[in-house]
Design a protein around this ligand. Structure first.
Ligand SMILES: N[C@@H](CCC(=O)N[C@@H](CS)C(=O)NCC(=O)O)C(=O)O
Length: 352
């Protein structure tokens, strides 16, 4: 097995995906160097990624050349292949699917709550503008920092609609976040992590978004402290799990997982799956925006082609489950209202 000598990564403390990756690298004992910053001031001597996203992770290829990679989910899979031990992906196909689904939900839906709470309410905007400015440069003179924060805040406020945050959808987003906090409170109480007594990539994805919601954004952080001090405390532990010795038997059994995850899967079925379905339909129809009902209220936003790919990947993963796992996974998804992830082909696999 190849090994990774050291990874360098460019990111920001305010980027949930940067925090996801950092905590994962610490847990997996992968040496790294954290380059705080952004693409407005790219680090000297490093290649530019195809898409300028944070984090950007620089791998050193066999030829010694640096390669810039983005998108935490495939980067995590690449690291699984390149670095042995302390895996964040369960071997059992049913558990691995739940892990993939929950990671995707955190990256693509929970991030709507992160962006919404950061910029929607005035008190939160006033906190976020300076924080993001000083995270990118903490030596800025006060007046320049204020100008930059004001400009950035205006830009982000004007872009809230892109992820679907608007006065029309605010209640749906906020209630979904409140429910998630309560669901995670109970789930973590069982064995400490989403899939048992060892962390999975789903934990790191949830953690990344919650480093902002539970700590940085005042309104959302107050909700978490109020509803779940346990979850708020969990965040500080996930930040550095380098001293945890995971056991092979640490994952939930299938039966435990189906029961323990039912409320979280139901939340995903309630908000994320309907969104994914409406988005994919609109993308397929060549529409520019979508309007649907989520959790009993109207939801509208511009289409998001990347998230149509997310739905296709999840459906494909269900369809490709080995026979021994397919039946139980599909029954669990149906019971959770996640029917939209099950294609006809997956529901009725061809007889051998
Ligand atoms: N799916 C990507 C998303 C990464 C992402 O959207 N990063 C945000 C920051 S949290 C970004 O770089 N936005 C553009 C920018 O900040 O310039 C991942 O999992 O890494």
């Amino acid at each position: 097995m190849a090994s990774v000598e050291r990874l360098d990564l460019l990111g920001s403390p305010g980027s949930p995906y940067t925090r996801k990756m950092l905590a994962l690298l610490r847990y997996r004992h992968i040496p790294y160097r954290m380059l705080w910053g952004g693409h407005h001031m790219p680090p000297q001597g490093y290649p530019a990624p195809k898409v300028r996203l944070l984090p950007t992770v620089y791998f050193r290829g066999a030829d010694g050349e640096l390669e810039a990679a983005v998108d935490s989910t495939p980067i995590i899979r690449r690291l699984e292949a390149e670095v042995d031990g302390r895996s964040v992906i369960p071997a059992n196909p049913e558990l691995a699917f739940y892990n993939e689904l929950i990671e995707d939900y955190a990256d693509e839906w929970l991030t709507k709550a992160m962006f919404h709470y950061r910029w929607h309410h005035e008190a939160d905007r006033r906190n976020a503008g300076p924080m993001l400015t000083y995270w990118s440069d903490n030596t800025l003179p006060e007046a320049d920092a204020r100008d930059r924060a004001d400009q950035f805040t205006k830009r982000q406020f004007d872009r809230l609609y892109v992820v679907g945050s608007s006065p029309l959808t605010a209640t749906t987003i906020e209630q979904s976040y409140h429910r998630l906090v309560t669901i995670l409170d109970k789930l973590i109480q069982l064995k400490g992590y989403v899939l048992g007594s060892r962390p999975s990539s789903a934990d790191f994805a949830i953690y990344g978004q919650l480093t902002q919601l539970g700590i940085v954004e005042p309104t959302a952080a107050a909700v978490m402290s109020d509803l779940s001090p346990r979850l708020r405390a969990w965040l500080d532990r996930i930040e550095d799990l380098s001293g945890l010795d995971p056991e092979d038997s640490g994952w939930f059994s299938i039966e435990e997982a189906r029961t323990a995850l039912a409320p979280l899967l139901a939340e995903i079925g309630r908000v994320y799956v309907p969104f994914l379905a409406a988005n994919a339909q609109a993308v397929a129809a060549g529409a520019k925006s979508l309007e649907t009902e989520i959790d009993g209220r109207t939801w509208s936003q511009p289409v998001f082609p990347y998230q149509a790919k997310c739905l296709a990947a999840l459906r494909d993963a269900v369809a490709k489950l080995p026979e021994a796992s397919a039946h139980g996974t599909i029954a669990t998804l149906k019971a959770a209202g996640c029917d939209g992830l099950i294609t006809d082909a997956a529901a009725a696999p061809p007889k051998p």
